[in-house]
Design a protein around this ligand. Structure first.
Ligand SMILES: NC(=O)c1ccc[n+]([C@@H]2O[C@H](COP(=O)([O-])OP(=O)(O)OC[C@H]3O[C@@H](n4cnc5c(N)ncnc54)[C@H](OP(=O)(O)O)[C@@H]3O)[C@@H](O)[C@H]2O)c1
Length: 333
């Protein structure tokens, strides 16, 4: 494993983290036994940066992870998030009816206690606001998060899908160590000012969905997704877009073949090659995928390789937004 620094700190995080969401939420049937084995495998592979959130299956993901986290507390840098709430108490995706965002200090104080309890730890290493609440000044949210640092409940602060303006205001209130936003070769929104800003401020970018939620792996068949699979709500995975998008994916897989690696490895190597300040968190609930993904660390991409990927994306542009209209309204505040 290779390691990268968190922001300007001396914390060494594995260059590839582990996204744990799918172990409990969003991507079809779960298998706790295999998920726990995957977490153990992550420890063996030196993957020390694990990502969860209180909303993933309404806390069940944090509780699941705690089973491997607690006995290995000093080996894992754990990140979790707060802010999404459910009117009916049932966890749904960010755009579902009944899901809303609450970045208020009052809710954060409740949420952090619940996360600590479910994770069964005293301190969260990295605590993110899962979105920026457009109804609350970001300084208020981050000011309250900074209190948690002073109280020893949290070590570092992060934001997710924040705008340039919010990043600047937040960072002036208290140092922000990481911005977690969607970034992959199919979702490049952060290249439009965000990445320049995180670099200027010394904030790590933690790309989520670096495999485009499985699309770039050339193994995803949208026709057989479970009824409640979150990707069924996302435009880019709909039938009207998927035929065209699959053409891009097939070409991408062929390109990976010429490099002697899998499409997942090429996609992750591409994200890793965007800068040392970038620490992607590919998600999986399976050991075999985790092992595949770790292989990306050894894939060296030349300037010509990066150009070849760019050309492919220009030739077969991705169609369909990354989120539904409702969920898009919640990003970039
Ligand atoms: N801040 C936010 O708003 C936000 C939003 C979304 C996600 N996240 C975080 O980011 C993490 C990663 O994102 P993500 O899970 O959405 O998307 P992702 O990492 O782009 O893709 C995950 C999907 O790819 C599949 N996969 C993984 N490795 C594979 C491989 N080598 N070959 C074939 N398929 C493979 C997984 O299958 P299996 O599930 O079958 O293993 C899963 O369906 C999440 O776990 C979560 O912690 C944050």
């Amino acid at each position: 494993m290779k390691y990268r620094n968190l922001g300007t700190t001396s914390e060494k995080l594995s260059a590839l983290g582990l996204g744990c969401m799918g172990m409990s939420f969003a991507y079809g049937p779960t298998d706790d036994k295999e998920s726990l084995a995957t977490l153990e495998k992550a420890l063996d592979l030196g993957i020390n940066f694990w990502d969860t959130a209180d909303m993933y299956a309404n806390g069940a993901n944090e509780a699941l992870i705690s089973k491997v986290l607690v006995p290995n507390r000093n080996k894992v840098f754990i990140a979790t998030k707060f802010g999404f709430r459910f009117t009916d108490g049932i966890a749904g995706p960010s755009s579902a009816t009944g899901t809303y965002f609450d970045g208020s200090p009052a809710w954060m104080k409740v949420a952090v206690e619940q996360s600590l309890k479910r994770l069964r730890i005293d301190t969260i290493d990295l605590y993110y606001a899962h979105r920026v609440d457009p109804n609350i000044p970001i300084e208020e949210t981050v000011g309250a998060m900074a209190d948690l640092v002073r109280e020893g409940k949290v070590r570092y602060l992060g934001l997710s899908e924040a705008s340039v303006a919010s990043l600047r205001k937040a960072h002036a209130e208290h140092p922000i160590a990481a911005l977690q936003s969607e970034y992959s070769l199919l979702t490049r929104d952060v290249e439009n000012g965000i990445l320049q800003t995180t670099r200027e401020l010394g904030i790590s970018l933690v790309p989520y969905s670096p495999l485009a939620r499985g699309l770039v792996t050339n193994t995803l068949d949208v026709n057989i997704l479970a009824e409640d699979d979150f990707r069924r709500t996302l435009p880019r995975y709909q039938q009207e877009n998927i035929t065209g998008n699959n053409r891009l994916i097939a070409e991408f897989a062929a390109l990976a073949g010429t490099k002697g690696c899998t499409p997942a490895q090429l996609a992750l190597a591409w994200v890793l090659a965007q800068g040392e300040d970038i620490i992607p968190i590919p998600g999986t609930k399976k050991r075999k995928y985790l092992e595949d993904n770790v292989g990306a660390i050894e894939v060296e991409l030349t300037g010509d390789d990066l150009t070849a990927v760019d050309e492919l994306i220009r030739r077969y542009p991705i169609t369909g937004e990354r989120y539904s209209e409702g969920a898009m309204k919640m990003v970039n505040h």
